[in-house]
Design a protein around this ligand. Structure first.
Ligand code: 9UX
Length: 72
């Protein structure tokens, strides 16, 4: 069963930043769809929890130099 989660994204300045974060999330195995909103500084991710966890998304984006904070 797919799940959906939302993050605040910290550190994005321009559209290339948001494209980079979005591409990274979409490449993660287990992620079926990721969309980043630069203006809102948010990311919405649909994923298969048996294949990937939100912590892995945070770690992958951290490596790019941005920070994800999961919304509760
Ligand atoms: Mo835009 Mo983001 O020039 O790291 S790509 S600021």
């Amino acid at each position: 069963e797919q799940e959906k989660t939302e993050f605040d994204v910290i550190g994005m300045t321009c559209a290339a930043c948001s494209a980079r974060v979005e591409k990274k999330l979409n490449k993660l195995p287990g992620v079926s769809y990721a969309a980043v909103n630069l203006a809102m500084e948010t990311a919405s991710v649909e994923y298969y929890p048996e294949a990937v966890q939100p912590e892995e998304m945070e770690a992958a984006v951290d490596k790019l130099g941005y920070e994800l904070k999961r919304k509760t």
